[in-house]
Design a binder for this molecule. Structure first.
Ligand SMILES: *Cc1c(COP(=O)(O)O)cnc(C)c1O
Length: 482
């Protein structure tokens, strides 16, 4: 061997000694796995009972160094990272839309990450792709789309919404010159990710109409019809209507069949944002509320809400998968062989992403282990608990309560005998959070600050709702007295 080659071999051997630390032996892996499992199991059993909200941050050292530490030190350094803010493992979490975090989803992530199949390209991971396809098909059936449907498992509803907008933009093409005469129909209750998506998709200059709402904050189909007709007559280009099946603020469901009638009559693209409300389709009540959702072109669902998964799970379902593929098409010489002769879509054909985690497993494992009936029961429970809270608060003096919940969000506020209700309810929110006994959040409805209850945590049961009512009543009395 030449001297140069020998020197190179020695150099490789020198760095390899340290590089091999990235591939620990079985004994070390077992030690780490046991330590993490013990830590996690302790959190699972203990954390649900801890404060639902904690403001203070710890002072752990999370900085990075040249040399590694042992697992105990790493876990200790995590400390307040897991504990500060809203306790997402608490059944007393009623703020925003609670995220849940079913335990087997984390095990699914572990399985997925260790094997790390390349789920973006079917050739590289055909069985993983097939499993994800079956999950998309399950959701398409839930929505009621035909066999032509397909979709993408995304990181959340915001990305899924962007993909829906891009799909609509390509399928009902908008020339650049036409953007500023193109009209999108939303309401004041439409989630902000729609306008963000429009802007990112290059459609920030289109005309946005906020269609009038009824007294339950649902889109008025007659007002939509009138707006579209008038825009048409003025030579504008009515293009997209977004209906929401469960608004984030108040949980209202827009009248989907009547909106679909208007969309059909004028050839509008109908997108349904069912990020929060979509999985209520598993219940008879939800199917009734969301009737008409199957008439849309695209639907967004968030398994990290309605299926109680940890954050990072959204889904876009498209009636005609060919349109989704057309909008996300690409070519790359280095992938020609991997894509040749494969006659089914790969995730990357239907997505903004190329490399992506094997997201399906975190969804599949809980569904497989628990069975669908357990999810249906949990969702029915959330609907009933919201109605229970609504009825209870209606019966108590001093409270102004929003309409009967369409789904599992209730708005409410306390009307103090003296002074400004907005300021009072802000203080009430602060008092509830400071107590640590429940996490709640507020919003504005018709210009008034209002509190809201969102029942969506898999751990939330009747006793938690009763505890919240008791807490609200005592804190309101205390603030009234102060
Ligand atoms: C949560 C939510 C979104 C945004 O979803 P992310 O998963 O947070 O991106 C959009 N629309 C509605 C109705 C939602 O509830």
């Amino acid at each position: 061997m030449s001297d140069a080659l020998s020197a190179l071999r020695k150099e490789v051997a020198d760095v390899a000694r340290q590089a091999r630390e990235l591939d620990p032996d079985a004994e070390r892996l077992e030690e780490w796995s046991r330590a993490v499992a013990a830590h996690v199991l302790e959190s699972v059993s203990v954390r649900g009972g801890e404060a639902a909200y904690t403001a203070e941050m710890g002072s752990e050292d999370t900085s990075l160094r040249e040399t590694g530490v042992d697992i105990a030190a790493a876990l200790a350094a995590l400390g307040s990272v897991e504990r500060t803010g809203i306790n997402q493992t608490s059944g007393r979490h009623f703020a925003f839309i609670p995220g849940g975090g079913l335990f087997p989803a984390a095990l699914g992530d572990l399985l997925a990450d260790v094997a790390n199949p390349y789920a973006g390209i079917r050739f590289a991971a055909p069985a993983a792709a097939a499993l994800e396809h079956s999950l998309v098909r399950w959701m398409a059936d839930l929505v009621g789309y035909p066999e032509t449907a397909g979709g993408d498992l995304t990181s959340g509803a915001s990305v899924a919404t962007l993909e829906a907008i891009v799909t609509a933009r390509e399928a009902r093409p908008i020339a650049v010159a036409d953007v500023d005469r193109t009209v999108v129909y939303l309401t004041e209750q439409t989630h902000h990710c729609v306008e963000k998506g429009l802007r990112i998709a290059g459609l920030g200059d289109c005309i946005v109409r906020r269609v009038q709402l009824d007294e339950k904050l649902r889109m008025e189909p007659a007002a939509l019809d009138a707006a579209v007709r008038s825009d048409r007559e003025s030579g504008l280009n009515p293009w997209l209507v977004v209906a929401t099946a469960g608004t984030i603020n108040v949980g209202s469901v827009d009248p989907l069949p009547m909106i679909a009638d208007v969309a059909d009559a004028y050839g509008l693209w109908l997108h349904v944002d069912a990020a929060y409300g979509g999985f209520f389709l598993l219940t008879a009540y939800g199917r009734d509320k969301l009737v008409g959702i199957d008439r849309s072109q695209t639907t967004v669902l968030d398994p990290h809400k309605g299926l109680f998964l940890p954050f990072g799970s959204g889904a876009l379902i498209v009636r005609d998968v060919g349109q989704l593929a057309e909008a996300h098409r690409y070519s790359a010489t280095y992938l020609n062989d991997a894509r040749a002769g494969v006659d089914a879509w790969s995730a990357s054909d239907l997505s903004i992403e190329l490399s992506r985690p094997f997201r399906g497993l975190r969804l599949w494992l809980p569904l497989k282990l628990f069975g669908i009936a357990a999810f249906r029961a949990a969702l029915e429970e959330k609907l009933l608990l919201a109605r229970y809270f609504h009825a209870q608060l209606c019966a108590l003096p001093g409270w102004e309560v929003g309409p009967d919940p369409d789904l599992s969000v209730v708005t409410y506020r306390y009307l103090p005998t003296n002074g400004d209700a907005n300021g009072f309810n802000r203080r009430l929110l602060d008092a509830v959070l400071a107590s640590g006994r429940a996490a709640i959040s507020g919003t504005e409805v018709n210009g008034n600050y209002t509190l809201r209850l969102a029942v969506m945590h898999y751990r939330t049961h009747l006793n938690h709702v009763e505890e919240l009512i008791e807490l609200l009543v005592t804190q309101a009395e205390r603030l009234e007295a102060a």
